[in-house]
Design a protein around this ligand. Sequence first.
Ligand code: ADP
Ligand code: MG
Length: 262
Amino acid sequence: MNSVTSTEAEFAARGEGLHRSYRRGGSDVPVLRGVTVEFRPGTFTAVMGPSGSGKTTLLHCLAGMDRPDRGQVWWGPTAVHGLPERRLARLRRAHIGFVFQAFNLMPGMTAAQNVELPGRMAGRRPDRAAVRDALARVGLAGRERQRPAQLSGGQQQRVAIARALVTRPRVLFADEPTGALDRTTGTQILRLLRDGVDHDGGTCVMVTHDPAAAAYADRVLLLTDGRLVDELHHPTARQVAEALAHASGPIDGGDGTGGGAR
Ligand code: ADP
Ligand code: MG
């Protein structure tokens, strides 16, 4: 099991001093105010915080889908901040998986075609066996030819996870992956993410606002107003809920109302 050598990076991903602002009404509104965070290989981290606290922005910056104004992002030993767009996109396809709350599948494509898509975009020929294997790993063997509309929400999210995992990414980022699912289906998705870390050695970073979901993680990070304010290790759902209530007390400065989830 221990295949990690000393030449491999200590962290699957790392962000250092991340700042990000958005322009609104003629002024810069800070969303990330200096976030430093590290993810060890084979760990499952949950990111929590009030709506508008910068969770999605942080995930997008770490996943190379958005660029911080200041600060550094590393995937393993590779510095990705400041890379030109095409190199960043190529590295992202090789190293990063991303799962969205709203699944983001292509409606006109079958499950298998959706899973093949990242490889195609990288200019590779579809690896049928890898696609079948990825769908089987998420419990969708035999559903290869079905389209999203023929699948339940939970099944669609599993296709999205298969699509994110088929390239065997260094890190799987998931932004409220159970937010659109009922609790039973959501639990299946959380087990799948947990198994991917425990049995396949993956690294997972998940945004959630559900303390019960966060309790599946090894570590919970609390973000408030663009800053990390707390970190819990192997917490229970109740401990997460308490920390969250504490962290979302009065928010100093800024626009605490946020713009809702995106
Ligand atoms: P969270 O995921 O914690 O709810 P977000 O990272 O989505 O928070 O957003 C944090 C703040 O940044 C919100 O106030 C939101 O309106 C703002 N924001 C996010 N993305 C953009 C954008 N592309 N342009 C302008 N403002 C944005
Ligand atoms: Mg969000």
